[in-house]
Design a binder for this molecule. Structure first.
Ligand code: SF4
Length: 226
């Protein structure tokens, strides 16, 4: 230990030998960066995070008629608030439950009207975390099912995996049961692949929700190409 690569440090009566490299300022910075980069997303216990405790019913953004948040032309609602804290999150500002503006009846009416356009395929829920904003998302998807049945499809992104959602609270399961497609799982920076269809990292899956619920196991979207 006491060789040319080590430095002896004495504090009070204690003596330790520390590797010289740990004392290079640049190295310390890059080690901290590595440590930060290695920190993954947070992993909740079942029912640990509840929309009833967390949601402020705020909206980070609403983007009607876009081509990127799923199949076809879609209306996308970005809800505010997410607990997963994935390093490299594409929408960090929307992790804050107080970010953005309140969800209003006027916005809901506008979304319903926009979905009525014949060229619009459906709604996409993103965030933030839709499953931690079930007060907003459930109200909206129930109204869509009431007014359009299954004529319009509903996609949602979630940091929760399918298996985690199966152990989750009633409101989350009810939201899931109203979806057609779920893109599941946290964004994992080490698994990032920008060539994937509709997802940022290869752990995430595009799940056919209705078939998965019927068959009791995850069924991947049959239009998946990559
Ligand atoms: S789950 Fe999505 S919104 Fe939440 S921190 Fe991760 S990437 Fe961001």
């Amino acid at each position: 230990m006491n060789n040319n690569d080590s430095i002896r440090i004495s504090v009070g009566g204690d003596t330790v030998f520390v590797n010289k490299d740990d004392f290079k300022v640049g190295n310390r910075g890059s080690k901290n960066k590595q440590r930060r980069r290695k920190r993954g997303p947070r992993n909740p216990q079942p029912k640990e995070w509840l929309a009833s405790n967390l949601s402020q019913m705020k909206i980070a953004d609403y983007k009607p008629f876009n081509f990127v948040d799923g199949e076809g032309i879609r209306c996308s609602l970005y809800v505010s608030g997410c607990m997963f804290a994935c390093p490299g999150c594409y929408n960090k500002a929307a992790q804050n439950f107080n970010y953005g503006t309140p969800y209003t009846q006027e916005l809901e009416d506008r979304i319903i009207k926009d979905l009525g356009e014949s060229y619009c395929q459906g709604l996409t829920l993103l965030g933030g975390e839709p499953f931690l904003n079930t007060q907003v998302c459930l109200k909206l998807v129930k109204r869509i099912r009431k007014e359009y049945g299954h004529e319009k499809d509903i996609w949602s992104w979630s940091g929760y995996t399918w298996d985690e959602l199966m152990q989750e609270s009633e409101d989350k399961l009810e939201l899931l049961s109203n979806l057609d497609i779920l893109v599941d799982g946290r964004f994992e920076q080490d698994l990032m692949d920008l060539t994937l269809q509709f997802r940022g990292s290869s752990n995430q899956r595009i799940i056919d929700v209705q078939r998965s619920l019927k068959e009791g196991q995850v069924v991947i979207w049959d239009k998946l190409t990559k």
